[in-house]
Design a protein around this ligand. Structure first.
Ligand SMILES: Nc1ncnc2c1ncn2[C@@H]1O[C@H](COP(=O)(O)OP(=O)(O)OP(=O)(O)O)[C@@H](O)[C@H]1O
Ligand SMILES: [Mg+2]
Length: 346
């Protein structure tokens, strides 16, 4: 699991409990409702439109990006736009090839199969998937040892939609079988404002532009976090400010919940803090850094680092993680005189 200690944090992009229901209610259902990711949206709409015209299932699609950026949402939109049934499973659920065969052999023609966390699929299932993606066929192996035989089984043409937070972990043969990869990026502030206006309307909350701007600014470039912060700010405004979400109220609420002015959460700050205080700004290896903050390397790598890199606070170099000058400034610390000498550029 990603994020043991920090997963329930306000700013983490993980979801739990009744938040799942709220998320489902706020999920855009059609491509036209999906905010931001302009390039991905245009690319995807071409893929879908042309498939609809040819009356053929479109190429397999891979959604890649950090948690909470809209991969699951977009997968569901693919099925909706194609007017096709959707089957949902996940990498960890596909432990044996038989688990996957059972699903593949019952797909209807044109059905969309969504495999979340596809990088966690077990090896034998993965190999079965290669063949299914390419030839719409699986080989069911009967018997063991030298007497084993493979019985080919035709499956209906379908479209696979895979989602991953770690595209780098996908073996090349699997990656190559996707006709299109949607690279999802962190959202810009104006896009997050739109997400917030849309959600506010659905939740029946009134948010003036200045309030939305303040929340958007601190949402870590992530719609899931924007929606979550909106609900916390609404609580705060209801109880302490007669429901008014102006800039001051939004800011006071977010300070209370320890979301800093750049949207950094506790894990982000812990990573930067350790990097600066314990390792003089680096370079330091990922696993050493993770041990020092008491987290799994994967959590640090998938949850914290992409945003820190995107904010220009941290750099990944061949020799390890390095804090940038902005990181020192952000934590109000002075870098040692040799901090940006040999280490970054040799
Ligand atoms: N482009 C968008 N426009 C509006 N809302 C969005 C958009 N993208 C995501 N959201 C909102 O953010 C929430 C999280 O999105 P989603 O579950 O699709 O993320 P994800 O990338 O699948 O995350 P994970 O990696 O954790 O599975 C959704 O409930 C949806 O309400
Ligand atoms: Mg998802």
């Amino acid at each position: 699991m990603v994020g043991e200690g920090f997963e329930r944090e306000l700013v983490s992009a993980d979801v739990a409990g009744d938040e799942l229901q709220i998320e489902a209610a706020l999920r855009p259902k059609r491509l036209s409702e999906f905010i931001g990711q302009g390039r991905v949206r245009e690319q995807l709409s071409l893929v879908l439109e042309s498939a609809l015209r040819r009356r053929r299932p479109p190429d397999h699609v891979l959604m890649s990006g950090s948690p909470g950026l809209g991969k699951t949402t977009l997968a569901m939109i693919v099925a909706a736009e194609l007017n096709a049934p959707l089957r949902i499973t996940s990498g960890p659920a596909l432990e044996r090839a038989g688990d996957l065969a059972a699903i593949l052999s019952t797909l209807a023609e044109g059905e969309v199969l969504f495999i979340d966390e596809i990088h966690r699929m077990a090896r034998p299932a993965e190999e079965m998937l290669y063949l299914a993606m390419e030839d719409f066929r699986v080989d069911i192996v009967v018997g063991k040892g030298p007497g084993a035989t493979a019985i080919p089984l035709e499956i209906a043409p379908f479209t696979l939609v895979g989602a991953t937070t770690r595209a780098g972990l996908l073996p090349a043969p699997l990656r190559d079988r996707f006709g299109f990869t949607a690279h999802m990026d962190f959202y810009e502030v104006p896009e997050l404002e739109q997400v917030l206006f849309r959600s506010a309307k659905l939740l029946g909350v009134e948010v003036p532009a200045e309030g939305a701007h303040e929340i958007a600014r601190r949402s870590r470039g992530t719609p899931r976090i924007a929606n979550r912060l909106l609900r916390r700010v609404r609580d705060f405004a209801d109880v302490r400010a007669g429901g008014v979400i102006n800039r001051e109220i939004a800011s006071a609420a977010l300070n209370l919940y320890e979301v800093d002015a750049e949207g950094l959460d506790r894990l982000d700050r812990a990573v930067l803090g350790v990097l600066l205080r314990k390792f003089g700004g680096g370079p330091v290896g990922l696993s050493t850094l993770a041990v020092a903050v008491g987290e799994e390397p994967e959590t640090v790598e998938v949850v914290a680092e992409p945003f820190l890199v995107r904010q220009g606070l941290l750099a990944r170099t061949p020799r390890g993680r390095v804090a940038t000058a902005s990181a020192w400034a952000h934590l109000g610390m002075t870098p040692p005189p040799d901090a940006f000498g040999a280490s970054l550029f040799d």
